[in-house]
Design a protein around this ligand. Structure first.
Ligand code: SAM
Length: 283
């Protein structure tokens, strides 16, 4: 399938030409690092396993490079772009492509259920790095009918998303991503694949959304309150961090005793299953 994908503007020359023609500069503030490597676009489309008519939400289409690849694979693309100057460019770069709709707005503020309509969809993006975590948390917590999220992220963020318990990378983002999805790093992407080149290494990560979470919890909200408390004050023991986050001291100690857990443990050592047991003991 991927040998059919040839986004015309996936090159340094074409991107520079478009920016010049529209009197634009890549905005650092908006995290604009445009893809200029067709093989990476193909890699993303392939990782998303796009089938004709798949509905795809693209976050931040930029000048439309990845959008062209998605449309060539037959996807129905709805792309949300914050930069008010870009819809005019996209009208030009996507003029020959069917089934692409551009929505100008902030991905953290737009009403996604209204924009996406009925049925499930995939999320595919080269994310603006300055708001990667809020975007991922919003997509996961809203429980939208998303089947897969395939995105370019900073390598360091991908390491946090996939981190096992016990290390410095393991945190609230790891727990949330692994609770809702099965994350897998699928492609390493060097800075030269973008214009301008970012100062960090990037990877493409594919997160298959789970139908059922890997651990059962009685109260999901409470589970995530415990997780947030645990990582909110990483240097404290978990019981102290929980007290600091407003949990009642006696209830916290009772819960630790009930599940037979050492109250002096640190949050970063707990697996998803242990967080679940502790949260259930607090219900
Ligand atoms: N998809 C393009 C590509 O791969 O070449 C551009 C990717 S660039 C890393 C990130 C894009 O996200 C930019 O076009 C930027 O303007 C857009 N963006 C930044 N903040 C946004 C937000 N809050 N909502 C929607 N788009 C945003």
């Amino acid at each position: 399938m991927s040998d059919r994908i040839h986004p015309q503007i996936a090159s340094r020359e074409a991107t520079q030409h478009i920016l010049k023609a529209f009197h634009l500069r890549a905005s650092k503030r908006l995290g604009q690092n445009f893809l200029i490597d067709g093989s990476i676009v193909r890699g993303i489309v392939e990782a998303a396993e796009i089938a004709p008519k798949d509905k795809v939400l693209e976050i931040g289409p930029g000048i439309g490079t990845l959008t062209q690849g998605l449309a060539e694979a037959g996807a129905e693309v709805i792309a949300v772009e914050l930069d008010k100057k870009l819809p005019e460019v996209l009208a030009h770069t996507l003029s020959g492509y069917d089934h692409v709709r551009i929505v100008q707005g902030d991905i953290l503020k737009v009403k996604l259920p209204e924009i996406m309509g009925d049925g499930s969809f995939k999320v595919v993006a080269n994310l603006p790095y300055y708001i990667t975590t809020p975007i991922l948390m919003t997509l996961l917590e809203r429980r939208l009918p998303i089947t897969r999220i395939v995105t370019m992220v900073q390598k360091e963020v991908a390491e946090r998303m996939t981190a096992p318990p016990g290390g410095k990378d393991y945190g609230a983002l790891s727990v949330a991503v692994q609770y809702y999805t099965e994350p897998e790093i699928v492609l390493e992407v060097p800075p030269e694949s973008f214009l301008p080149a970012p100062e960090v290494d990037s990877v493409v990560i594919s997160c298959r959304v789970r139908e059922t979470p890997p651990v059962r919890v009685q109260d999901e909200k409470l589970f995530f309150r415990v997780v947030k408390a645990a990582f909110g004050q990483r240097r404290k023991t978990l019981s102290n961090a929980m007290k600091g986050a407003g949990f009642e001291k006696a209830k916290v100690l009772e819960a630790f005793e009930k599940v037979g857990m050492d109250a002096a443990r640190r949050g970063e050592t707990l697996s998803l299953a242990e967080f679940a047991r502790l949260a259930d003991a607090l219900v």
